[in-house]
Every structure is written in C-alpha cells, then in structure tokens.
Design a protein around this ligand. Structure first.
Ligand code: SF4
Length: 164
C-alpha cells in the first residue's frame, strides 16, 4: 500500500513560520490516517530552521527548480539567505519519502518549500505566480506524484484508480 508524504502543517502540527498549523479537514485525511498511509514531514524544520521563523520566498519570481540549479535563492523577509536550509530540507524530504514507501505527496500550496500550484514572487507583497517550491520540485524530480492540498480529490481518484 503506497504511502502519502504529507506537509506536517496539514495535519495541524504547529510547524509553520508563524508557529501554527493549517489542518486540512477532509474525510480522506481521516481514512488515510486510520489506514496508516500518512507520513508527516516538515522540510523547513528538517533543514534546520526554527519555529516560529520569518516568512521566506524564492527571489525574483523564480521557482524551486531554479533554486535547485543554483539560479535563485530563498530569502527571508529579514534579508537572510536560507537557500541552503531549504535545499537540505527538500533533500531530506525525498530521502524520508523513499524510506517510507511514499508514491504520493500531498503538500500545502503557496509555500516556498511545499507549494506546487503557486508560490510567491519574492517581493513579500502577496504576489503569486504558478510554480513549485523547492521540496515539491525535488520530490517531482524523484518520481513522486505531488498534489497540492487543493487537489486532494484528484489524489483520492488516483489512489482509487490504482485500487491501492
Ligand atoms: S515547510 Fe511545508 S510542512 Fe513545513 S510548515 Fe512549510 S508548508 Fe508546512
């Protein structure tokens, strides 16, 4: 039974930059929990960042792939460069997903780590653009099927299709 790597904040764990969680309420979450399918992970904490922490964005309207390739940095609102922590946390997420048999990942959208539908543009002014965060990009490169929290129905359908 393939497991699902899930952003720890989606299970309500208080790991976000603001020290809070952001629980996703959906019957599938309860079912997957009962089935032991969910594997929670927070890449930013795994990369060594503390909680709470200043918000961070990928600079210059770039994406997670650009960060992995060394073409862009992740910057906190304070100006601190946290690129290394984000890449390290993303790599640890891939290792953790593999070690736990995760074929899927369900990640919260908008985060510079976990975003997969949109991320923010680095101006800290609320401007979004389509793109992947660093962890979402690394997981996709590793062949793990990434779904955002807004795509949970699609993940339910994918799992039902495979009867897994
Ligand atoms: S890195 Fe991902 S799991 Fe951790 S707080 Fe941010 S969105 Fe949630």
């Amino acid at each position: 039974m393939p497991k699902i790597l899930i952003s720890a904040c989606l299970l309500g764990r208080p790991v976000r930059y603001d020290g809070k969680g952001k629980p996703l309420v959906h019957p599938a979450i309860d079912r997957w929990k009962a089935e032991g399918r969910l594997v929670a992970f927070c890449p930013e904490q795994a990369g060594g960042l503390s909680t709470p922490r200043p918000p961070a964005e990928i600079e210059g309207g770039a994406s997670g792939e650009d960060v992995i390739e060394g073409r862009a940095r992740v910057i906190e609102k304070t100006g601190r460069d946290v690129t290394k922590a984000f890449v390290e946390g993303g790599r640890k997420a891939v290792d953790f997903a593999r070690a736990n048999g995760c074929a899927y990942a369900l990640l919260i959208d908008g985060s510079p780590s976990c975003g997969s539908g949109f991320i923010y543009d680095g101006s800290f002014s609320g401007v979004r653009h389509p793109g992947l965060g660093v962890t979402a990009a690394l997981l996709r490169q590793a062949g793990i099927a990434v779904f955002s929290d807004r795509e949970i129905e699609a993940l339910v359908a994918r799992i039902a299709e495979g009867m897994e």
